[in-house]
Design a protein around this ligand. Sequence first.
Ligand SMILES: Cc1cc2nc3c(=O)[nH]c(=O)nc-3n(C[C@H](O)[C@H](O)[C@H](O)COP(=O)(O)OP(=O)(O)OC[C@H]3O[C@@H](n4cnc5c(N)ncnc54)[C@H](O)[C@@H]3O)c2cc1C
Length: 467
Amino acid sequence: MIYILGGGPTGISVAHELNSNSDKEFIIIEKGSKIGGLASTLDWKPHGLHDLGPHKIFSIDKELELKVKSILGKDKWITKKKISKIFLNGKLINYPPSPFVILRTFGLILFIKFFFSFIYQKFYLNLKKQNINSYKDHLTKRVGSEIFSKVFQPITEKIWGDPSTLDKKLSETRVQLPSILDMILLTIGIKKKNNFEANEFIYPINGLDNIWKKIQSEIDEKKIHLNTNVVSLSLSDNKIKKIHAKRNGEDIVYSLSKDDILVNTLPINIIQNSFKDFFGEEFIKESNKVLKMNDLFLVFLSIKKTKLFKESWVFVADRSVIFHRVSEQKSFDENMVKKDRTIVCCEVMINKFNKNFSDQQIIDKTIEDLSIIKDEKIEVLDKKLVKLFKSYPVYEKEYEIKLRAIIDKYDSIDNFYTIGRQGSFNYIGTLDCMDIGFGFVKWLKNQNNIETWESERNRTNQYPILD
Ligand SMILES: Cc1cc2nc3c(=O)[nH]c(=O)nc-3n(C[C@H](O)[C@H](O)[C@H](O)COP(=O)(O)OP(=O)(O)OC[C@H]3O[C@@H](n4cnc5c(N)ncnc54)[C@H](O)[C@@H]3O)c2cc1C
């Protein structure tokens, strides 16, 4: 038996693969009333359907994209052009901005400062040996100190915190920039598409939940245990022996037999305490510091307008605006929301600037700031706040070495594997999670030994993230 903890994209993909390509028995244990995790669709009556932040489904691995498409059927997907803008210095501009737009947005003096600090960095400082210890050092090396402090610092502080305490991997993987040549070619129109971001993405008609519902419909319902909250695990002789959970207030215990396996996709710090006796309190304390997750609040607004933005996303760099990103469900599938209104999702990361705000203050400030961005009065029909606690991994400096040591410890338990975005503290997207789920089952069927597990882990450690 394979016990899968968590019914998000990672856990569901493990189940899908076991169901369709193996004879192994399995059970998914999920605390929610449905599967889908962070990639779920909510039904907001009477306004329409909306995802927990509409997701672009995209991977540079086109085989993987095809495999996921075929779960629903190839005709059940929409292909969308990705259009992003950024709200910077009080103006809504294209991303990446051309030099002319930067000049218009910041004025001549700042433009000259940006230019010289970029040139100074590229052609003088980069020739000298520099200590690159943090996200701040790494990104400054790429864009110069002036652009860093005016453009990247404010948005970074809103999403992750102090840039000088963050790991350089965030700059390497999360901040994709065009080369100078690309920027010139794009500006003068010789190049139409850039290759540092996803220009197109796919989206399942009528919302993400349709993927999970389709997978669920093919699995025997007895194998999906919903409303079941995993509380702790019991461990002895280097093996997980029991899973303790609660369902409708009742204690449930799953007892594992000799050859049973547990696949965890829950945030590892949720179950850390189960391992105190095994790994020692000090280890658990230290790993809790490394596995830092930020809380993300989603403010959904139903607005009396057929459409608000042309863009798929607007990123908001300005510190004065409470949210860092806004998206609109109709930009992904216009039929998910009633014709006479639209639903937007404003993402508010809980940070040092807003941590003392009440829920009402967060919603009011979101509406106020949205009106500023759109430069019009926003008529809100309804609002809804969804709190995603501990959902955004924060990569603090040198976290990778420490994380490796933590994951190695977990891997040393004979029948326990921890995978996925939350399960391996890996800041990745839906298709990456599905790839990990599929890959896990393939590994299990083929050559399940610890050496090959190591290379399977490494395969899934470095997905390029194209925003
Ligand atoms: C606002 C937002 C926008 C995003 N946009 C995109 C995008 O555009 N494109 C993209 O590809 N990805 C996007 N993502 C990321 C994507 O949602 C995640 O990569 C993916 O959902 C992670 O899957 P997972 O299964 O690893 O984790 P999760 O989705 O977090 O699933 C974990 C599951 O475990 C369950 N669980 C937790 N604790 C317990 C417990 N104690 N007992 C039992 N069950 C438990 C949870 O309920 C959940 O169902 C976005 C995420 C967010 C939050």
